[in-house]
Design a protein around this ligand. Sequence first.
Ligand code: ADP
Ligand code: MG
Length: 394
Amino acid sequence: MPKKTVGDVDVKGKRVLVRVDFNVPLDKDNAVSDDTRIREALPTIRYLSGQKARVILISHLGRPKGKVDDRYKMDPVALRLQDLLGRPVRKVDDCIGDAVQAAIGEMRDGDVILLENVRFYAEEEKNDEGFARQLAGLADVFVNDAFGAAHRAHASTEGVADFLPAVAGFLMEKELAVLERILAAPERPFVAILGGAKVSDKIGVIANLLDKVDSLIIGGGMANTFLKARGLDVGKSLLEVDKVDQAKGLIADARAREVKIFLPVDVVAALAAAPDAEPKVVPVNQIPPEWMALDIGPASVEFFTGALKGAKTVFWNGPMGVFEMAPFAGGTENVARALAGMEATTVVGGGDSVAAVKKVGVADKITHISTGGGASLEFLEGKKLPGIEVLQEK
Ligand code: ADP
Ligand code: MG
């Protein structure tokens, strides 16, 4: 059921509390080093301001653990937002209380203010009702545009919606439209590529996608558990022994559903996961006992890109190797390039996968890059996300 959006409610002259996901990376001088999440929230902010709403933005930043921590103040975010928006953004040093009430009282229609990091209060992550009430007391309408935080039932994502009319922002709407389409009506063939460190993080996603995809490509550290399930020895590679049976189950399930599973045929192995390690390419059935598989090899890249041929929808989560280190980055980078060159709906979700796509410089050639790592995965697992459940339906 589609959710109401900011476009469906009257906001003129109203105080609108917008939960955004401004949890952006900061560099060592405390400046915003990647402003993607801020840019993605601009359509909602511009729209509200243009409709003469009084726009009150609230977000978390980092993990301050419920205490004021100067490293995680929202000031650098306010500066960048002001630049991008091209209009003044007032920053308030708290997110509830008298100073905030006063600042909001001084707002004029169309004004934008940014409140302080909501996670400076432990009540936020506890979804404390009194705290949620205080947040709600700041505004007339609640807008959730923080897809990246929608899988959390926190006061500013979920609790606050008990006390205010709650609708989706445009970024939330876009994320939901793309991911819902993938689950409900993907253009076929639909191929999912899953990688990353651990199977245990993603078993739910694999299980839910198995009856939706035509093929499943598995790389990265989690491929080792599947290789083991197929009876291969993976040396000292990252392996979840207790998940081998589940991997066997998924392989059998895939076979029953006539979903093809593609596993690496060769790997880039080394004695240690180190940037100066001496890598060598070996077939998957010849990983030496003391070595670890740290990337997919060139034959696997060929095999995987072949499996992508003709696909009309591709979802990718999780790098193919330890892409943070040059000797093991090739598999991930080549998969990113392959995706970028496709005439298909391509969707990438997951913090590290998105970082990889950006590193290769092909982000603008991907149909949709999700701003929510954990949130996109939980959505594709078929879970209900608390921050979305509470929004009004159309
Ligand atoms: P995402 O953030 O895109 O969801 P994950 O967090 O699940 O991805 O996985 C990313 C991590 O997986 C990276 O830090 C990468 O180094 C690690 N990784 C990938 N392949 C391997 C491997 N073969 N061995 C160990 N770690 C791996
Ligand atoms: Mg990650």
